[in-house]
Design a protein around this ligand. Structure first.
Ligand SMILES: [Zn+2]
Length: 469
């Protein structure tokens, strides 16, 4: 079974854009129809008019999503037609603030596709009310997802606020316009681009893992990363054949495939490729009995494992070793966490709108942006309304937020156990595999995590890292 990825690519805008794309493509899960060209033509008038009498959450979600998809694919910017990903990527590289503002405002049709006129007739507000009913009648997916990681659901909102507050505390004394935020956090990607041409990605990826004792070629990992017409645009990794235990107790290796599409280099794409290989070295190390030799029971945990090595890209010492150059730590941390902090902000936005669906979403979003990210208020725009996740399923943004907390905790513990700068230590993989990768479905994720950490997950590692700026 293919496992569409959540999109851990790295540059501020690149990651951000990719996250949106992946949310759009993967976020809704199996129930969400992907948008085909014909759907756009036959889609109901956009934005969706509400109340759509008797529509279920699933139907309304699919209709809004169709509008979102077609708006995002055909944005007008001067004499160009751009997609949303291109607009967001350009925000991080366009030098003129005035030009960035114009680019940002070209996203307005996307915002309208989700929030309509931003008033009581907003399609998203209607959907939010339906989602709340669904959550209440279904035992709350947040509780289930949090419990799988050993997190008390009541702690989730205070944790989100604590993470955002740590970001705020570390910010320079400067307010930013939303369109400048992406440029401001894109400094690392811009500075390192020259060291990371397209052809460097594979060799670097292989070297990084080889030097940790996880040589991709020896582990049976295959790569399909060149652009090709009709290829799945979402990066993913999966089993081709599974490893199996032989009668004498030894293991016959399996084969694993990384599928991605890179037309350019850059730190964002490198981090994504390292993330996919992170999935591959994880599943290659599973040593469970036949029916249980599979991905773990928590997707959030699975995604965190894939980033154990990949997030080293944001470490200036790592950059020096592998790229021969580095950016200041503050730029690296900004690049690493800008996207995560936005994800946390969206998760908090969703929680607050679920708690009180009568509030004006623009006011809720503006408040969060101003208080924690120092982004100037623009309550006249529904600029929160550009994530497919907000439409495709209630609480989806929380996966990213909880994921960020878990990744930081696991990475801090890994460095504590196996070295602050383990690069070049070829015993690293076997030792980590033994404690973290080997279990498959044989052991609940929560138990693996708590055994490894020696305690339940907390947001302290993430907060400490943000404060270190
Ligand atoms: Zn992944």
């Amino acid at each position: 079974m293919a496992r569409p990825d959540r999109g851990r690519s790295a540059s501020a805008a690149g990651r951000f854009a990719r996250t949106i794309l992946l949310a759009a493509l993967a976020g809704g899960g199996a129930h969400l129809p992907l948008l085909h060209a014909d759907d756009a033509l036959s889609a109901p008038a956009c934005p969706v008019r509400v109340p759509a009498s008797g529509a279920s959450a699933g139907e309304l979600s699919a209709r809004i999503y169709a509008c979102f998809g077609s708006a995002a694919a055909g944005l007008r910017f001067r004499d160009e037609t751009l997609d949303r990903l291109t607009v967001l990527a350009r925000l991080a590289t366009t030098k003129s603030s005035g030009e960035r503002r114009a680019l940002f405002q070209s996203l307005e049709p996307v915002w309208r596709s989700i929030d309509g006129d931003g008033d009581e007739t907003s399609p998203w507000r209607a959907l939010n009310r339906l989602h709340i009913t669904q959550l209440q009648s279904r035992d709350g997916s947040l509780a289930a997802r949090a419990a799988a990681l050993g997190v008390d659901p009541a702690q989730v909102e205070p944790w989100l606020v604590a993470v955002l507050q740590a970001w705020r505390d570390a910010l320079a004394d400067q307010d930013l316009e939303p369109w400048d935020f992406y440029f401001h956090t894109g400094a690392m990607e811009r500075a390192l681009a020259g060291h990371l041409p397209l052809e460097s990605l594979r060799p670097l990826n292989d070297r990084v893992y080889r030097e940790l004792g996880a040589d991709p070629s020896q582990l049976g990992i295959e790569y399909d990363i060149a652009p090709r017409a009709g290829k799945d645009p979402v990066a993913f990794t999966d089993f081709v054949t599974r490893q199996r235990q032989l009668p004498d107790g030894t293991w016959a290796p399996g084969h694993y495939r990384v599928s991605a599409t890179y037309a350019t280099g850059g730190a964002g794409n490198l981090a994504e490729l390292l993330h996919e290989t992170g999935h591959a070295i994880h599943i290659a190390a599973i040593r469970a009995s036949p029916g249980l030799s599979d991905w773990p029971d928590s997707d959030i945990f699975t995604e965190a494992l894939a980033d154990l090595v990949a997030l080293d890209v944001y470490d200036p010492a790592w950059q020096q070793r592998y790229l021969g150059d580095s950016v200041p730590a503050a730029d690296a941390l900004r690049a690493k966490y800008a996207v995560i902090v936005m994800d946390v902000a969206w998760a908090l936005f969703e929680l607050r709108m679920q708690a009180d669906p009568e509030r004006d979403p623009n006011a809720v979003w503006t408040g969060i942006m101003q208080q924690y990210l120092r982004i100037r208020p623009h309550p006249e725009w529904s600029w929160w309304a550009m994530r497919g996740q907000l439409v495709s399923g209630p609480g989806g943004m929380l996966n990213y937020a909880l994921g960020a907390i878990l990744i930081a905790d696991l990475r801090a513990r890994t460095r504590e156990l196996f070295g602050q700068q383990p690069w070049g230590d070829t015993t690293w993989y076997a030792r980590v595999a033994e404690r973290l990768f080997r279990f498959g479905l044989e052991r609940p994720s929560r138990r693996v995590i708590e055994d490894y950490l020696g305690r339940p997950v907390t947001p302290e590692a993430l907060r400490a890292e943000l404060r270190a700026r």
